[in-house]
Design a protein. Structure first.
Length: 193
C-alpha cells in the first residue's frame, strides 16, 4: 500500500526544514490551538520537541514559547530550524521535563513524549489558573493514562479527541474522496487548570 505524501499536509513554512522524529502536523496543530484558546499574548511550554514543528508553528502566533527537549540530537534539529525561521520568541532548553519545569505561568503546556502522564504534576504547577494542558498521544493506552492522571490531579473540562483529514478529488463528474488520507496520528487530550 502506498503511503500518503506528508508534505501535502505540512504548511509551506515548515517544508524543507530538518526532520527527526514524527512531527505534530497541521491537522493536530489546528485542533490544539482551537481547544486551548491561545492567542498573541499567550505563553506556551512544549515538552518532547522532536523536530520542533509544534513549537515553531506556535511561536508564529504567541508571545513566547519555551521548549524542553532532553535528547541533544533532537535539540540540534530544533535549534537549526529556529535559526532557519529566525524566530526570536522561542527558547530551546536541553532539559528533561520529568525532572520539573522551572518556568511558570504558562497558558498552555503541550506534552508530546512517551509516558507524558508522568510529567503532568510538573505541568500543573507551571500553568496559570485557567491554563490548558494538551497531550499528543500515539496510542489509546497512553491517552487513557494521560486522561485519568490529569483527572486525579484536578484538571477540569477534560476531552479526548482525534483529528482525521481526508482530501477530495474534484472533477467535472464524480467528486469523491482521494484513495489515501492522513488518518490517525495521535489522540489529543485536553484539560484546564
Amino acid at each position: 500500500m502506498r503511503k500518503p505524501n506528508i508534505e501535502i499536509f505540512t504548511p509551506s513554512f515548515l517544508q524543507g526544514l530538518k526532520r527527526g522524529p514524527s512531527a505534530i502536523l497541521a491537522k493536530d496543530f489546528g485542533t490544539i490551538i482551537a481547544y486551548t484558546e491561545i492567542s498573541k499574548d499567550s505563553r506556551v511550554f512544549d515538552a518532547g520537541g522532536g523536530s520542533g514543528f509544534f513549537s515553531l508553528s506556535t511561536a508564529r502566533l504567541v508571545k513566547e514559547v519555551v521548549v524542553y527537549e532532553r535528547r541533544e540530537d533532537f535539540a540540534k534539529i530544533i535549534e537549526y530550524n529556529i535559526k532557519k525561521l529566525g524566530l526570536k520568541n522561542l527558547k530551546l532548553k536541553v532539559k528533561d521535563v520529568f525532572k520539573g519545569i522551572r518556568e511558570k505561568n504558562f497558558d498552555l503546556v503541550n506534552l508530546d513524549l512517551p509516558k507524558s502522564h508522568e510529567a503532568l504534576p510538573h505541568a500543573y504547577k507551571s500553568l496559570k489558573i485557567g491554563g490548558f494542558i494538551s497531550g499528543f498521544l500515539p496510542n489509546v493506552e497512553q491517552a487513557k493514562e494521560f486522561f485519568l492522571t490529569a483527572r486525579k490531579l484536578g484538571f477540569k473540562d477534560l476531552k479526548m479527541t482525534e483529528t482525521i483529514v481526508r482530501e477530495y478529488d474534484v472533477r467535472e463528474f464524480g467528486v469523491r474522496p482521494k484513495h489515501f488520507g492522513l488518518l490517525h496520528t495521535a489522540y489529543l487530550v485536553f484539560g484546564k487548570k
